[in-house]
Design a protein around this ligand. Structure first.
Ligand code: CMX
Length: 463
């Protein structure tokens, strides 16, 4: 067995080289995404097969006792194609940073932010799409967007006090009545074809999520009426905003940015890993993604989107607008001393300010520089990191994506903070479902790592 070790940097380099070489854009620039994938899948299957043949027993890391008790931090144990997270630099989607995606991906007419449709194309194919390819995805998602009546009825019947994430997860689970994968599996389709129906389910699910999410929003916070119909001439975010009841072009631009940057954060985070794990049992994409959403609903993960705003409101109530740094510090220390986390700060992998935070800050500097809540968020950015460092235990004192999203939504009138994680969930579908298609295309098996009891671990270590 080859025993040389591969550093994370080397893994990233290899990933960059191989994706540039092998996931080349198709020469015909087809706007048919499934056709594009049909050509890529066999190439990629061959590449992985050859790689495993030559390096299948090469060691890529060690596992320590601390890693086992410490949430598996740092264990390289998953393959995830759409994105890789560098601790210092942040996320790269198929090798492209967020500023690169903002520059390269197609935009809506007159818009400045990337269209999430383009990001999805990039995540699933590895290619930067053309305007025509992105337009085709907008149209395809519009065409697939209708909701089955039992899902709408169930959502309409739910009490308003059910948390929006619970409603979201329940509706996604119920959507599995529509699963093409379930039908194909039931009819005995060969496993080499699984990815095709997983692709269909993924496209249908992504297309239906804005309708599900908007129904939840309007039922929970508005009069339950007024869901506009989907316009196939408009993009996914425009239609989502319209169904939510927002027509401010700047809010729609924000939504495009928001839905792009929350999409994927490599494979180890709770929502991504859960979707991948549940999918490995050949649960269909609806069940797999619903499981991932139940993980996103945790306060240490996606619910931090909501928790940041709850915390900021408490902060404001306590110290008022324009507080001194000293007053802010006292509040932050009181949060820490009461055994709570400062939401929106820290990360399991990142060791710098999250570029997803930075691009939202840039959006705020451009569109709402004088907003008082934005000013408070900026002051918190200055004051929190030194305090977290002073605790001596927080590995990353810098803000993550969740520290900035709420203030932008508040500015445009979406005040219902309990809803924010649903928006995160709609976006997260793009990354985890792109990955799920590749999981089945590459024939990845059911996931089943080995666990040990403490007694057995002590024995193993002594031996
Ligand atoms: N406030 C207070 N304490 C924090 C902290 C924060 N923002 N971030 C980490 N810590 C603490 C941990 O709770 C841990 O304390 P104990 O040793 O007492 O258990 C210690 O610092 C070490 O933790 P770590 O190794 O730095 O961080 P982890 O990898 O264990 O956890 C995360 C990462 C994100 C869960 C953590 O930083 C946190 O709870 N942050 C606040 C919640 C948040 O913003 N979550 C969203 C993350 C992004 C996302 O998934 O959407």
């Amino acid at each position: 067995m080859a025993l040389f070790r591969i550093s994370t940097k080397r893994v990233l380099e290899v990933q960059k080289i191989s994706s540039t070489n092998l996931l080349r854009p198709l020469s015909d620039a087809s706007t048919d995404l499934k056709k594009v994938l049909n050509e890529k899948v066999p190439q990629e299957q061959e590449r992985v097969k050859a790689f495993r043949k030559s390096h299948g027993s090469t060691k890529v890391g060690d596992v320590t006792v601390d890693m086992m008790y410490g949430g598996m931090r740092g264990i390289k144990g998953l393959v995830w194609e759409p994105s890789v997270l560098d601790p210092e630099e942040g996320i790269r989607f198929r090798g492209k940073s967020i500023p690169e995606c903002q520059k390269l991906l197609p935009k809506a007419p007159g818009g400045a932010e990337p269209l999430p449709e383009g990001l999805f194309w990039l995540l699933i194919t590895g290619d930067v799409p053309t305007d025509a390819q992105v337009k085709a995805i907008s149209q395809e998602w519009a065409a697939r967007s209708s909701l089955p009546s039992h899902v709408v009825k169930t959502l309409n019947d739910l009490p308003k006090n059910i948390h929006p994430m619970t409603q979201f997860s329940a509706a996604i689970t119920l959507l599995n009545s529509e699963s093409e994968f379930v039908k194909a599996y039931g009819s005995g389709v060969h496993k080499s074809k699984y990815w095709e129906s997983v692709y269909e389910d993924s496209m249908n699910l992504i297309a239906k999520l804005p309708g599900v999410a908007a129904t939840i929003y309007r039922n929970t916070y508005k009069d339950g009426k007024g869901l506009g119909s989907v316009d196939s001439g408009k993009d996914w975010s425009w239609n989502f905003a319209n169904m939510l009841g927002y027509d401010n072009p700047q809010f729609i631009e924000l939504l495009r940015l928001y839905l792009t940057i929350h999409s994927d954060h490599e494979g180890g985070n709770v929502s991504a890993h859960t979707t991948h794990l549940v999918g490995s049992a050949l649960s269909d994409p609806y069940l797999s993604f619903a499981a991932g959403m139940n993980g996103l609903a945790g306060p240490l993960h996606g619910l931090a989107n909501q928790e940041v705003l709850v915390w900021l409101q408490k902060l404001r109530a306590k110290v008022g607008d324009n507080p001194s740094d000293e007053k802010l510090k006292d509040f932050i220390w009181s949060t820490l001393k009461s055994g709570q986390v400062v939401p929106g700060y820290g990360h399991a992998v990142l060791r710098k300010t999250d570029p997803r935070y930075t691009c939202q800050r840039e959006f705020a500097l451009k569109h709402l520089p004088e907003d008082s809540l934005f000013k408070l968020v900026s002051q918190v950015y200055k004051v929190v990191p030194p305090i977290l460092l002073e605790t001596g235990k927080v590995k990353n004192p810098w803000p993550n994506v969740d520290a900035h999203s709420g203030v932008l939504l508040q500015y445009y009138g979406m005040k219902e903070m309990n809803y924010y994680t649903v928006l995160f969930g709609v976006s997260r579908a793009l990354g985890v479902l792109a990955s799920l298609v590749w999981d089945r295309a590459l024939g990845l098996p059911i996931e089943r790592p080995k666990s040990l009891s403490t007694d057995l671990l002590i024995k193993a270590v002594k031996a």
